[in-house]
Ligand binder design. Structure first.
Ligand code: CA
Length: 230
């Protein structure tokens, strides 16, 4: 049976609601995942900082430290582990805040367990380093293994999403990459243009703002590209 999932993907589940945690644990364990669980944000952060998880499934509303703050602290500590945020609040605001704090994907409760597993697998695939070196463009390059861009000798750490977007843009530079192609590259199709715009805004702050010449350009209504205009 073809199955590309590594034998024991380690999941850290941070969820305070016992019934939800128990059903996620049971489902994923049956599917061959190595499970770990914390029921509050403070112990979840401590566990996450050990760096043993391949994917973190993180509830937004948690006692002692909420999911957004946990995610932000994890990223500030330099951890690039994929984070899937669970939220009961289906508002655009929460989703965008989640991405701003470094979450890679989200699921709105209630969700179906196979959907959760599909998202986890997509995050794992995205986290696999690419075998080949990526082309540089106009002094800008990106190393997916360290989630780090380089421009003019300066190292620029990126989130996983921003890295995936930059990678897609570098591959085609200076050609235009459509909104749909960028969303497919970074989210495997599971996001909208508003989420893309938020990430591109952050990416531009990271790779363009400190430098004299902007490389990342919007092509209104179509997509984005890396180019040396002027
Ligand atoms: Ca909760």
């Amino acid at each position: 049976m073809p199955d590309s999932r590594p034998p024991a993907t380690r999941i850290l589940l941070i969820e305070d609601q016992h019934d939800i945690a128990a059903s996620i644990w049971d489902f994923l364990e049956r599917r061959g995942y190595a499970m770990d669980h914390c029921a509050d944000g403070a112990s979840g952060l401590a566990r996450a900082l050990r760096g043993e998880a391949d994917v973190i499934v993180l509830d937004l509303g948690l006692p002692r430290l909420d999911g957004l703050a946990l995610c932000r602290r994890l990223r500030e500590a330099g951890h690039g582990v994929p984070v899937l945020m669970l939220t009961a609040r289906d508002t655009l605001d929460d989703k965008l805040r989640g991405f701003a704090e470094g979450a890679d994907d989200y699921l709105v409760k209630p969700f179906a367990m196979p959907e959760l597993e599909a998202r986890i697998r997509a995050l794992r695939r995205r986290a696999q380093p690419l075998p080949e070196a990526l082309p540089a463009f106009a002094g800008l390059s990106y190393d997916p293994r360290s989630l780090t861009a380089q421009r003019e000798g300066r190292r620029i750490p990126l989130t996983r999403l921003q890295g995936a977007l930059l990678q897609a843009l570098l591959r085609e530079a200076p050609r235009i990459v459509s909104h749909a192609a960028l969303i497919e590259s970074a989210w495997r199709g599971g996001a909208d243009v508003a989420a893309l715009q938020t990430q591109v805004y952050e990416l531009r702050n990271a790779i363009d703002k400190p430098f004299a010449r902007p490389l990342l350009h919007a092509v209104r209504g179509v997509g984005y590209r890396l180019a040396e205009l002027e």
